[in-house]
Design a protein around this ligand. Structure first.
Ligand SMILES: [Zn+2]
Length: 273
């Protein structure tokens, strides 16, 4: 089997603050090690389920260059670097059976959720597909199912676990910390979080049939809310894109894959100075 492990950083045990996840800080250097360890735990869980599994670990935070290659569990490949198409999910297009989300976080606007945001905190306030609000977990789970893969595992704080259970009923979740506020949490020891992630990945892969990921068939109505009116201007140059409200870009995408691509493009254009 082929498994994609998409690894973000905000939902890693111990991480609570923007400095914890931003290159150039001492805390970041330590936390990228923890991030790598949680990714390794997922890899071990996958290989315990299927020793012959082909595992691709996809670095999915910031510029996608956080995981430490020689600290990562052997028996997988590491996909890193940007820019790249499909961003947090690159590799999904090559035919994947299952996806594990490690170190994920709550969607923009979630109260008392560690470092909650969607795609880019200073740019995107909300993303809706066919009227349904989705954060990174939901969007990436829907992309997985669009490509025929089952999202089986999500790890992060308790708010991420609750979001995952609601957007992807049946998905296995691991709560590595309890959010106390946007920048505060009570967490497990890093080794304990890894122990749980490894066990959960192995168990989750045994029962993909219980997972019900969001499925979007046919054209998708996409709406993206940005934080300032000026952030809509450049995207309006794309044929078919309309401004439906002062802060809302709208587009009817041919399918979910096209909608996913366009969200990324909207974000880049909105963030440009
Ligand atoms: Zn991130």
């Amino acid at each position: 089997m082929r498994v994609l492990v998409s690894v973000d950083m905000e939902g890693v045990a111990g991480v609570v603050d923007p400095q914890d996840i931003s290159p150039g800080n001492a805390e970041y250097e330590r936390n990228r090690g923890y991030m790598t360890d949680e990714a390794s735990a997922a890899v071990r869980g996958v290989l315990a389920h299927d020793p012959a599994a082909e595992v691709v670990v996809c670095d999915a935070h910031a510029q996608f260059r956080n995981l430490i290659p020689d600290r990562l569990e052997q028996g997988c490949t590491l996909l890193r670097g940007s820019p790249r198409r499909l961003a947090m999910m690159t590799g999904i297009e090559r035919g994947v059976d299952a996806v594990c989300f490690v170190g994920y976080h709550g969607r923009a606007g979630t109260p008392d959720s560690v470092l909650a945001h969607t795609i880019s905190g200073g740019v995107i306030a909300n993303v809706r597909c066919d009227g349904r609000e989705l954060g990174e977990l939901g969007l990436n789970a829907a992309l997985a199912s669009f490509h025929g893969a089952v999202p089986v595992l999500a790890t992060g704080d308790d708010t991420l676990a609750a979001e995952a259970a609601s957007v992807v009923p049946g998905i296995t979740t691991v709560m590595v910390k309890r959010a106390v506020a946007n920048r505060a949490a009570e967490g497990l020891h890093p080794r304990e979080s890894c122990r749980r992630i490894e066990a959960a990945a192995q168990a989750a892969l045994a029962h993909p049939e219980v997972v019900h990921a969001p499925v979007f068939q046919g054209p998708v109505d996409l709406e993206v809310d940005v934080l300032r009116p000026s952030m809509t201007e450049r995207a309006l140059g794309i044929p078919g894109v309309e401004r439906r409200a002062p802060l809302t870009l709208g587009f009817t995408a041919a399918d979910f894959g096209a909608a996913y691509d366009l969200i990324e493009v909207f974000t880049v254009l909105a963030a440009a100075p």
